[in-house]
Each structure stands twice: as C-alpha cells, then as structure tokens.
Ligand binder design. Sequence first.
Ligand code: PLP
Ligand code: COI
Length: 340
Amino acid sequence: MAVNLDWGNLGFGYIKTPYRYVARYKDGKWSEGELTADDKIVLTECAGVLQYAQTAFEGLKAYTTKDGKIVTFRPDLNAERMEQSAARLEIPIFPKEKFLEAVDKVVAANREYVPPYGSGATLYIRPFIFGSSAVIGVKPAQEYEFRMFCTPVGPYFKGGIKPISIRVSDYDRAAPHGTGHIKAGLNYAMSLYAIVDAHEKGFDENMYLDAATRTYVEETGGANFIFVTKDGKVVTPKSDSILPSITRRSLCYVAENILGMTVEHRPVRFEEVKDFAECGLCGTAAVISPVGKIYDHGKEVCFPSGMTEMGPVTKKLYDTLTGIQMGRIPAPEGWIREIK
Ligand code: PLP
Ligand code: COI
C-alpha cells in the first residue's frame, strides 16, 4: 500500500524515503553492498568528489502499472551508461549486475513510495558514484562510494505537459572531446549559472548549441531534443558531446518500429529548426515536454503546435512511451524489469 502523499501535486523535488543502497570501493574491490536507513554521508574534507568533482550519476524511474505491478524501464541501459561515465572519470566500474540488483532492492524496500497507477507521479531513482578518499594533487581517488536513493516525483516542468519556452544559451555546456556524452556531475555544475539566468528571464530551459561552431543543436541542461518535420518524420540531433538519452533512443525505436514513422538521427543545424512542425525535450525526468517557443537573441521560433497543447506526433510518441512504461501497451523484449 502506498503512503499517503498528495501524488497529483508532487513537483520534481526530494522527499526522503526510508532506504538507500551503498557499496564501497577500497583496496581495489567493491564491498558486497547493502541497504541502509542512514541518508547521511560522512567524508574527509579532502574527498575527490569535493575537491575535483570526481562524480557521475544516473536517473531512472519505477512505475506502478495498470495491473498493479511495480516495474523499472530499461535499467540495464542506465547501468551501461554509468560504466561509460565512470571510465571517463577514472572511477572504478560498478558492475552492471550489481547495479540492477541495487535498483531491485531500493525500489522493493521503498515500495510504499512508488506512486499509484494513474496518479501522474513516478518514483525517481538516483544512482551516483564518487571519489571518497583524500586527494590533493590532481589525480583519481583511491576509494569510492556507489549509492542509490529514490524519491517520488511529479513533472519536471511546472505545468506538467504544457508547452514550455526555452532560449538559445550564450553559455556552452560541453566542449568537443569533453564530457558532454557522459553523466558527470561537472556538466550540471557548469549549467547552473545559465539555468538561473534563463529562469530569471522567464525561460524554462536553455538550448545549447555546439560549442565549436554554434551552428548545430545539441541539447538542454537535462534532456535531448526531438523534432518532427512538417511531413511527419522524427529528427533527433546527433553529436558526440550530448548525453545518449535512453528516452530518446526508446522513442526513436517506438517511432520506427511501433508507429511506422521515418526517423533521422543526424546533425541538426539551428537554422533548420524554424522549419520543424513540433519540438520536444525528452529524458527520464522530462518524459517528453513539448517546446512551444525558442527565443534566439531577439528572434523567436514559434512552432505551429503552439503554446497550449502538445503537437499531435509528440502526443502519439508520449502516449506510446508512457503506455509501455505503465503496462497499457506491450513492451519490446527486455524493456521492462519487474520488481518482485
Ligand atoms: N541529456 C541530459 C543532459 C540529461 O541530464 C538527461 C537526463 O538523464 C538526458 C539528456 C536524458 O537522458 P535519459 O533519457 O537517459 O534520462
Ligand atoms: C534525468 O532525466 O534523469 C536527469 O538526470 C535530468 C536531471 C536534470 C534531473
């Protein structure tokens, strides 16, 4: 039985739940890993994470399905992406099988915090890994922690699935050959100034362009882009410096194999954005958030789908993806992992 929360009015915030998972790396190996009720972390003041931001994280969700099961969506891909993030940050790999076991344990231990079917809320799961031992010269730590907590959340953007307005950022998020393709904490630290500035100016998010030429669309601070052409094709930007979104990869599969649409994953020039019929942000937190308007230094791109509703193709993609996640539509093989 779920605890008594106002599920329909949850924002995207942190609510402490009873259990989290922790494993520690020392002397070249990971500890067994266990659940704990203690949400506090005690660290040396000189920990690698505190001094040189040696940390990466993940984000995935658990859902209550129509028939009352609790499931997670493609957690194997989060485990693999965390391996890639760890490798790039000189963090020891946390094994995929252990990652999946941790997801199962954390969700099961907090099952009364998984929002009920149809409530509009979900359980957001946050795995993270960081250097915990002291480093003062710039080098990787010797010891690490892998942790995972969960928190019930509502929509990432206020207003739920109402179209948002974003602006082209004057700040860059990720350099060519940098860390944009992994989920490093540092990518988010450097986006904070730009997001505060965007919010102050009345925008919901930043659209980042490629740092080298500022001609290609990259992504936002927390989601990939998905565009729809006037003749109904799905187009998603390809770049080595954006995060390979699991939601975007799943949506492209859904569009092509379930909805029979044409999908193009290719570099997208900002110039061509004005010609698209629909635009959305996709990610675990964002699900698909429709974009109604993009502000670019005094000019505006207004999508024909407008500022009141999701465009029809975005809606079809949204309904199919959330239908799969909530058990209304059969899932492709291996996409759903049931929590027993
Ligand atoms: N891009 C960035 C920068 C993100 O932080 C996220 C969120 O995880 C995404 C894209 C979407 O990725 P996913 O669909 O795997 O959640
Ligand atoms: C996610 O969608 O899981 C993310 O990590 C995005 C984050 C900005 C909340």
